[in-house]
Design a binder for this molecule. Sequence first.
Ligand code: ZN
Length: 273
Amino acid sequence: MENADAIVLRTVDFSETSLILTLFTRQFGKIEALAKGGRRLKSPFESALDILTRIRVSFLHKKNNTLDLLTEAKLIRRFRVVESNLAGLFASYYVVELVDSVTEINDPNPALYDLTVKILARLEQGTLLMRSLIRFEGLLLKTIGQQPSLENCAECGTTINSNFHTENTEQKRVAFGYIDGGALCVRCAKLLRQTEHGKFLTSISTNALHGMKLLTDPLDKTENWKQIKLEQNVQNEIRGIHNHYFSHLLGRRPRLYDWLNFIAQNDKEIIQK
Ligand SMILES: [Zn+2]
């Protein structure tokens, strides 16, 4: 018997009384488990088996390709769904979808677990939703070793200058490769445009690149990311880059992709004009 902390990523009805759960556990990574009787009102799972709940579980861990067997679940915390924060709810669905998409069965990633717990609590507050998501996405990419290079050319390592308020107009956009994994220097971008990778290049404004750096800074202990001034168009640009980046990484668009607009429109961020 194993014990673990888990976030419920998905539930599928298995029979009239049972459920199959996809759980992201801190100790064992993602698991799929059968909860016999999980659909009954009176079950050993105390109605803790809903998507977006954080639970403490006991289960029989099967090593061969069969489902684990859930024996007990206790609720630690449930995401509070309030009508005024539907955007936060959909942002949370998007978060669990991403976690489900980038993780493999039985491959623990405690850093990503902790990050997920944190973002779900944050989204409950209903404010700064989009920049919270962007930050989560950036840190998620770091935990799986897929973080785009933002300070140096992803090909040759040359420093990319993305200071704000640059006077040099030629410096205001930087090439960005979805496959090459980040910002590119002028020389490498030129070479790549002549290859098959050319069609996976775009350009990013230096303001957006700088914004991405600040929002996704893993060393930001003072939560500076909440305070930084970020123009709406710059945030939209970062959103667009992340959308493409994740679509390339997953090989498809996330299912909740279309809801990102809704989330952005209903985000209670006070924009400074
Ligand atoms: Zn380069």
